[in-house]
Ligand binder design. Structure first.
Ligand code: ADP
Ligand code: MG
Length: 357
C-alpha cells in the first residue's frame, strides 16, 4: 500500500485548467509555491473534495479518494484531511472549542467526547483559555493556533495549509512561524504547505514544487532550483539574496561561515535565534563611490557579473556577503557599472525580511 499523498489530477474552472501531479510521502513536507492565480487554492479545494476533478485520481494512504474513471468520489468529510483554507481560518459563528470539535463530530464522536478532545488540542497549542471565544475575539496569533489545532485534531493522513501566515500581521509572524514549524515537525502524515512567499517556503522545507498557470513547472530542492531556473518566475526567485545567521542582539545578525554582519529590523527576531534573511535584488542600491545614504548595511566589492534581461540587469558583487542587485539598463550606463569595477552595495535594514528558522 502506497503511503502519503498521490495526486494526478485535472480540472477546469471556467477558462482556467489545473493539471497537477504531486506525490508527498508520509512525514515529508512539500511547499507548493507559485504566483497569485496559479491554482494553488484550487488544488486545495480539489484535494479537500470541494471541487470535483475531471480526470486522474487522488489517493491518500493507499485509499482512493477520487477517481472519476471509476466514479469514485469521497465526500469532503470522508477524507482524512486537516486543512487550513486561505483567508478562512475558522468558522466565524462557532466558538474556538467548537471549531476544533467540528471535525471530530463529523467523524462520529459524541458531543462531550469531541469537546473533551478539542480542549486537549487547544492546550497542545497553548490556547486552552480561549475555547469559549468566537474567532472575532481572538488575536491573529491565537486564531492561527486554534486553526492548527482544528486541522490536526482529526488526526488526518494529509495536512494542507493554504497561506497559513497570510491572516497575520507582521508583529505576530515570528511567533506564528515557530508554532507552525513545531506543528509540522510533530505531524507524521503527508504535509503540503502552500505559499506565494519563497522565503517562507524555503524556511519550512527543502522540497519545493512550483505551480504556474495551473501546471507544475519545476520541482526539487531550493538550491537546485535556484541554480537552474526553468521559468522566469523561478528565475526571479533566483535573484533573491538568501542569507543565514544567528541573531546577536536585537537588530544585529551574525552571518554563518564568517560572512560578516547585517543590520536587520530590530523586532524581527530575538538574540540567539537562527534565522534566514532575504534581500530582494531590487532592494540593493549600487554606487561606484562610497555611498552617503543612511543605509546601515554597506558592503564594498568588485562587480563579478552583469546579466541583462529586457530593460533590466542583475549585477552580482563579490562583496562579503555576496549580493545580487537588480537595476535598470539606464542605471548601468549612468553609473558606469562594468565587470571588475569596484562598487558599493547598500541595503536598508527595513528592507530585509527575516524568518526565524
Ligand atoms: P492561487 O491560490 O494560486 O492564487 P487560485 O487557485 O485561487 O490561485 O486561482 C486560480 C485560477 O482559478 C484563477 O486565475 C481564476 O481564473 C480561477 N478561479 C479562482 N476562483 C474561481 C472561482 N470561484 N470561480 C471561477 N474561477 C476561479
Ligand atoms: Mg490562493
Amino acid at each position: 500500500m502506497r503511503s502519503g499523498l498521490h495526486a494526478d489530477l485535472r480540472l477546469r474552472r471556467d477558462a482556467f485548467t489545473l493539471e497537477v501531479q504531486l506525490d508527498v510521502p508520509d512525514g515529508v513536507t512539500v511547499a507548493l509555491l507559485g504566483p497569485n492565480g496559479s491554482g494553488k487554492s484550487t488544488l486545495v479545494s480539489a484535494l479537500a473534495g470541494l471541487l470535483p476533478i475531471e480526470g486522474g485520481e487522488v489517493v491518500v494512504g493507499g485509499h482512493v479518494w477520487e477517481r472519476p474513471s471509476e466514479r469514485v468520489r469521497l465526500a469532503p468529510r470522508a477524507r482524512s484531511i486537516g486543512v487550513m483554507f486561505q483567508g478562512l481560518l475558522l468558522f466565524p459563528a462557532l466558538t474556538a472549542l467548537d471549531n476544533v470539535a467540528f471535525g471530530l463530530r463529523a467523524q462520529g464522536l459524541g458531543r462531550a467526547e469531541a469537546r473533551r478532545r478539542a480542549a486537549d488540542h487547544l492546550a497542545r497549542f497553548h490556547v486552552q483559555d480561549v475555547g469559549a471565544k468566537r474567532p472575532s475575539e481572538l488575536s491573529g496569533g491565537q486564531a492561527q493556533r486554534v486553526a492548527l489545532a482544528r486541522a490536526l485534531a482529526v488526526e488526518p493522513a494529509l495536512l494542507l495549509l493554504d497561506e497559513p501566515m497570510s491572516a497575520l500581521d507582521v508583529a505576530n509572524r515570528t511567533e506564528a512561524r515557530r508554532t507552525l514549524k513545531h506543528a509540522l515537525a510533530d505531524f507524521e502524515g503527508a504535509k503540503v504547505i502552500i505559499t506565494h512567499n519563497p522565503l517562507e517556503a524555503m524556511a519550512l522545507t527543502d522540497r519545493l514544487v512550483i505551480l504556474e498557470g495551473g501546471r507544475v513547472t519545476q520541482q526539487g530542492s531550493s538550491s537546485d532550483m535556484l541554480r537552474r531556473p526553468r521559468s522566469s518566475y523561478v528565475a526571479s526567485l533566483a535573484g533573491i539574496n538568501l542569507l543565514e545567521g544567528e541573531v546577536e542582539s536585537h537588530g544585529r545578525l551574525r552571518l554563518s561561515d564568517g560572512r560578516g554582519r547585517l543590520a536587520i529590523p530590530s523586532d524581527a527576531a530575538k538574540a540567539g535565534d537562527l534565522v534566514l534573511a532575504s534581500i530582494s535584488p531590487q532592494a540593493v542600491t549600487l554606487s561606484m563611490t562610497p555611498p552617503t545614504s543612511s543605509a546601515r548595511n554597506v558592503f564594498a566589492g568588485n562587480v563579478d557579473a552583469i546579466e541583462i534581461f529586457g530593460q533590466r540587469a542583475r549585477v552580482s558583487l563579490e562583496t562579503e556577503p555576496r549580493l545580487t542587485a537588480e537595476v535598470t539598463l539606464d542605471a548601468i550606463e549612468a553609473l558606469g557599472i562594468r565587470q571588475g569595477a569596484s562598487a558599493w552595495a547598500s541595503v536598508k535594514a527595513t528592507q530585509i525580511e527575516v524568518y526565524a528558522a
